[in-house]
Design a binder for this molecule. Structure first.
Ligand code: ZN
Length: 321
């Protein structure tokens, strides 16, 4: 499922939706939930500082369309940065905030009206603190900040060529956010983090752990690699066990013979060295520092040591009566 966000003048947006024409600032289709996941978060309240600066300085200057007033330059730079950043909520707020300023500039008590409108617009950017928009805590924080004039949502229901519903926001994000969260709840979606790329996405159940085809592919390759790794580990252990058995069988036979203590001591010492060496080499092969063929050669060298001892043991290797 996808969501589509369009920012623009209401008439142009209608044209864009119905006839795919119309000049708009932003028109993108993204995975469902992206609007909430990427929503501007600004716990440091920079937006408020910008609003305050415009409120304090912007209404005392002569506004000209030709030159940017010096005192407002930092504010304009901030808003331009947010506009160019391309995150739709910040983009919308930047456009709306500046529009509000221009509209309020010549009004009676314009500064106060601008301040009030901007506070309403930017509220969800900082009201959440450090929590995320879709978390219960955030919803509670936003709900307690909600004013009556923000609690309505405009819906353009599906009609004629438009098979889908549109939620329209003008001066506050809150109705859209609550409407969206409510829909997610209704659809039975939950928020998941992709186990490959950590991107958040909406899923039908906890069972879905990957955000899309790209990550599914990455996950498959990784699973195959892990399988091969385990297989390799298995092969190393199996080879070692065979060689260990070779040593062990000879030790058992040795114990049954009239072997002198000297031979016995030499044998158990060599057996210990073999085991210690094998632990070290197995680790090296598993981490890729030693080739399997080198490990195999080492094992056969060790086998020569046993064979040599057996040979030197000579007639002592006779079964006990
Ligand atoms: Zn992913």
């Amino acid at each position: 499922m996808t969501e589509r966000v369009i920012i623009g003048d209401v008439g142009e947006v209608r044209l864009r939706i119905d006839r795919n024409i119309g000049e708009v600032f932003y028109d993108k289709t993204r995975p469902v939930g992206s609007f909430l996941f990427d929503f501007e978060a600004n716990p440091a309240r920079e937006w408020n500082q910008i609003v305050m600066q415009i409120y304090e300085k912007g209404f005392k200057i002569r506004l000209s369309t030709k030159a940017v007033p010096k005192s407002l330059k930092p504010c304009i730079d901030f808003l331009r940065g947010k506009y160019e950043n391309g995150e739709p909520s910040a983009m919308f707020a930047a456009i709306r905030l500046w529009e509000n300023y221009i509209k309020c500039y010549n009004l009676n008590h314009g500064a106060d009206i601008f301040n009030e409108r901007s506070a309403m617009l930017c509220k969800p950017f900082h009201a959440l603190g450090d929590c995320k928009l879709w978390e219960l805590q955030a919803v509670k924080a936003l709900q307690s900040a909600l004013r009556t004039e923000e609690s309505q949502v405009e819906l353009w229901y599906p009609m004629s060529k438009r098979p889908y519903e549109c939620v329209v926001g003008y001066s506050s994000f809150l109705p859209m956010i609550f409407y969206y969260l409510n829909k997610i709840n209704e659809w039975g979606f939950i928020v998941q983090s992709c186990k490959v790329c950590d991107t958040r996405f909406l899923a039908r159940s906890r069972h879905f752990e990957l955000c899309g085809d790209k990550c599914r592919k990455v996950n498959e390759v990784e699973a195959k690699r892990q399988f091969e790794e385990r297989n390799k580990d298995c092969k190393i252990e199996k080879t070692y066990e065979n060689h260990y058995q070779y040593w062990y069988n000879r030790l058992r036979r040795l114990k049954k013979t009239n072997t002198t203590d000297d031979v016995m001591t030499e044998f158990t010492g060599a057996f210990d060295d073999f085991r210690k060496g094998a632990v070290k080499h197995k680790k090296a092969v598993k981490s890729g520092k030693m080739k399997m063929s080198e490990f195999n050669s080492w094992l056969f060298e060790q086998q020569n040591i046993v064979d040599d001892m057996v040979k030197r043991g000579g007639e002592k290797w006779v079964d006990k009566p």
